[in-house]
Design a protein around this ligand. Structure first.
Ligand code: AP5
Length: 213
C-alpha cells in the first residue's frame, strides 16, 4: 500500500503505521523518527533540526524534501510505504506530487486520523517512546504500557518522554498543525485521495484502511 497518514500530533499516526507494516510489509517512513535519529547521532541534519523540533516548530521544507527525495527511492519502498508525518505543509505536498510523478508512483489514499483535542492532549502527556533511535517503539502509560516499567519490550532500552513533550511545545505543535498541516486535508480532498477516519481505536483505523484498499 502507498499511503499518507495525516493527523494532529498524538492522533496515532505512528501507532497506526506500525500496525499497517504488519499487513503487507509496507515500510513506515516517519520524518519525525528520521529527524530524532539524526539528533541522537549528532549529524549535520540533526544539528540543523534540533532547535526547531524542541520548540515544536516545523523543520524547513528544503531539509525535509532532501531526506524524502532520497528515502522514497530506496529499494524497500517498492513493496509500499506509509508516510507518517510527511507531508506537513502545502509546499511539501506539492513537491511530493512532482516527486511521485517523476518516480511513476501512484498513491492509494491520504488517511486523515480524526481525534478530539482533549484525547490528543491526554495521549501526548502519557506517551512514552523507546530512547533507542533504531527502535523508537511507542507506548502509553494508560493504553499501552511496557511490560516492565520504564523498559522497552522490544529492545530493553529505557523508554522516555520526548524532548518536544513539554506543555509549551505541545501547545505550539498543535497551533502549527492547525496553521500549516490541517490545510492538507483540503489539498488531498481535491486530489480525490482523502479518507477521513475516527481514530479513537487504532485497530478500527487499520480495518477501515484495509477494507478501502
Ligand atoms: P513527529 O514525530 O511526526 O510528531 P507529530 O506529528 O507531532 O506526531 P506524534 O509522533 O507526536 O504523534 P502520532 O500521531 O504519531 O501519535 P502516536 O502514534 O505516537 O514530528 C516531530 C517533529 O519533527 C515536528 O514537530 C517537527 O519539528 C519535525 N518534523 C517531522 N516531520 C516533519 C515534516 N514533514 N516537516 C517539517 N518538520 C517535521 O500516539 C500518541 C500516543 O497515543 C502514544 O502514547 C500512543 O500509544 C497513544 N495512542 C495512539 N493511538 C491510540 C489509541 N487508539 N487509543 C489509545 N491510545 C493511543
Amino acid at each position: 500500500m502507498k499511503l499518507i497518514l495525516l493527523g494532529a500530533p498524538g492522533a496515532g499516526k505512528g501507532t497506526v503505521a506500525k500496525l499497517l507494516t504488519e499487513v503487507d510489509g509496507s515500510v513506515q517512513i516517519s520524518t519525525g523518527d528520521i529527524l530524532r535519529g539524526a539528533v541522537a547521532a549528532g549529524t549535520e541534519l540533526g544539528k540543523k533540526a534540533q532547535g526547531f523540533m524542541d520548540a515544536g516548530d516545523l523543520v524547513p521544507d528544503d531539509l525535509i524534501m532532501g531526506i524524502m527525495g532520497d528515502r522514497l527511492q530506496e529499494d524497500d519502498c517498492a513493496k509500499g510505504f506509509l508516510l507518517d508525518g510527511f507531508p506537513r505543509t502545502i509546499p511539501q505536498a506539492e513537491a511530493l506530487k512532482v516527486l511521485l510523478t517523476d518516480l511513476g508512483i501512484e498513491l492509494d489514499m491520504a488517511v486523515n486520523l480524526d481525534v478530539a483535542r482533549d484525547v490528543i492532549l491526554d495521549r501526548l502527556s502519557t506517551r512514552r517512546t523507546c530512547s533507542n533511535s533504531d527502535c523508537q517503539a511507542i507506548y502509553n502509560v494508560k493504553s499501552n504500557p511496557t511490560k516492565e516499567e520504564g523498559i522497552c519490550d522490544k529492545c530493553g532500552s529505557p523508554v522516555v518522554q520526548r524532548a518536544d513533550e513539554t506543555e509549551e511545545a505541545i501547545t505550539h505543535r498543535l497551533e502549527t498543525y492547525n496553521e500549516k498541516t490541517a490545510p492538507l486535508i483540503g489539498f488531498y480532498e481535491k486530489e480525490g485521495l482523502i479518507v477521513n477516519v475516527n481514530a479513537t481505536s487504532s485497530d478500527a483505523v487499520v480495518a477501515a484502511i484495509t477494507e478501502k484498499l
